[in-house]
Design a protein around this ligand. Structure first.
Ligand SMILES: Nc1ncnc2c1ncn2[C@@H]1O[C@H](COP(=O)(O)OP(=O)(O)OP(=O)(O)O)[C@@H](O)[C@H]1O
Length: 223
């Protein structure tokens, strides 16, 4: 989905480029982990693939369509309708019950509340969240809250889910549970997963791990 990507930040022109020619192909349904030391360019790569940032050179494409050449409005639409996002923590709205947090992206896209909540509710059981629909985020454990965030990332049936350190705030066992759900459900729904992590145990849940260093890919491992 990304070919020969380069990126420097305008505010850091004297520093080496954040990305120096990175090519990543992600298959439908495939889960890819991106690892590497701090500052190696992992988040920059994720943001380019997700259309959050524009590359200086190279191309991002999805099924042959050029994402990086699309207008701002088109990239915003892609991010809303074609991509899902999971972050480390703090992504749920504290005043809304879990089910409304999950339904929100659909409602913002114009789906009536009832349909949106029906589709949201269908994700609770597969994520081990049955019965927690009316709880607010503050009444959930960290692992439960991340599974609600996963449900929210998947409710719009995205083609690709981007996850930046999704287990970074969790202990190892809870993180493994969250990864089991994240990889299991994205695969089942036919979505690809691109995940940034520092944790080899987390990466091991993915089909493939890409290792970055100094803005380049220096290794790749398939499972
Ligand atoms: N907004 C920005 N402005 C200027 N430089 C940036 C910006 N974001 C990242 N960089 C620089 O780009 C390089 C790559 O950063 P990036 O955040 O992609 O690395 P990373 O591998 O995700 O790091 P970490 O594991 O610490 O999150 C680093 O040298 C970083 O300092």
């Amino acid at each position: 989905m990304g070919a020969n990507l380069t990126k420097s930040y305008a505010s850091a022109q004297e520093s080496p480029p954040a990305l120096r020619g990175v090519t990543v192909v992600v298959q439908p349904g495939e889960a890819v982990a991106v690892m590497g030391p701090s500052g190696s360019g992992k988040t920059t790569l994720l943001h380019l693939l997700a259309g959050v940032l524009q590359p200086d050179g190279g191309q991002v494409s999805l099924d042959g369509a050029d994402v990086s050449g699309a207008s701002d409005a088109e990239r915003t639409r892609l991010r809303r309708e074609t991509f899902g996002f999971v972050f480390q923590s703090g992504q749920l709205l504290p005043e809304l019950p879990a089910i409304e947090n999950v339904a929100l992206p659909l409602m913002l896209g114009g789906t009536p509340r009832r349909d949106a909540e029906d589709r949201a509710g269908a994700l609770f059981a597969p994520l081990g969240l049955a019965g927690l629909e009316r709880r607010r985020p503050g009444e959930l454990s960290g692992g439960q809250a991340q599974r609600v965030a996963i449900a929210r990332s998947l409710v719009g049936q995205p083609r690709v889910v981007f996850a930046d350190e999704p287990t970074g705030a969790l202990d190892q066992r809870t993180g493994a549970e969250v990864m089991q759900h994240l990889t299991g459900l994205t695969h089942q729904l036919g979505a690809s997963l691109v995940l940034v992590t520092h944790d080899a145990g987390v990466a091991a849940w993915c089909h493939r791990t890409i290792t970055m260093r100094d803005g380049q890919i220096i290794g790749e491992e398939r499972r």
